[in-house]
Structure formats: structure tokens, C-alpha cells
Design a protein around this ligand. Structure first.
Ligand code: SF4
Length: 87
């Protein structure tokens, strides 16, 4: 039986630990008609994805990929939350 104490869980913070900071920012804001697939795949591995998405929703970010979601996906979340609030 090991006597070593259990390791503390890693604490990640947004935006300091944003995975996109280590990549090409153009991937997250592609030219019109460009793909967001690469950015979204990076987001899936990002430890601060939820915080990033909530930041984008709270600040009305209209462009680019945030939290693994594009503008239309974020708009759908905002609408769903608005509907829930007014129901
Ligand atoms: S979720 Fe995506 S856009 Fe947000 S910080 Fe992480 S890598 Fe960047």
C-alpha cells in the first residue's frame, strides 16, 4: 500500500490555460467560407472549454469559435436560455 498522498487535481483557469493560445488564432476566426472544424477539434481537448463558452455567451461574442461552438450554435444556446427564462 502506498503512503504517498493523493495528488491534488490540476486546476485550470480561463483564459490562462486556453489551448488556442498555443495554436494559430486564424483557425478560430476563419475567413468567410473557411472551416471551423480544426478549431472545434482543438476545443474538445481544452480544459477551459466550458468557461470559454460561458464567457462568449455572457459577452455576446458573435464571431469565431468559442468553447467549441460557432456563432450559430451559440445563438441557439442563447435562444434556448432566453425561452427558459421567460417560460
Ligand atoms: S475552448 Fe477553444 S476557443 Fe475556448 S479557450 Fe479553449 S481552445 Fe480556445
Amino acid at each position: 500500500m502506498s503512503t504517498r498522498p493523493a495528488a491534488e487535481p490540476q486546476q485550470y483557469r480561463y483564459p490562462d490555460d486556453a489551448l488556442c493560445a498555443q495554436t494559430d488564432p486564424e483557425l478560430f476566426h476563419p475567413e468567410k467560407g473557411g472551416t471551423t472544424a480544426y478549431a472545434k477539434r482543438i476545443c474538445l481537448a481544452c480544459e477551459v472549454r466550458i468557461e470559454c463558452l460561458e464567457h462568449a455567451l455572457a459577452n455576446g461574442e458573435l464571431h469565431g469559435v468559442w468553447g467549441g461552438m460557432g456563432p450559430d450554435q451559440r445563438k441557439a444556446i442563447r435562444r434556448a436560455r432566453d425561452r427558459r427564462r421567460t417560460a
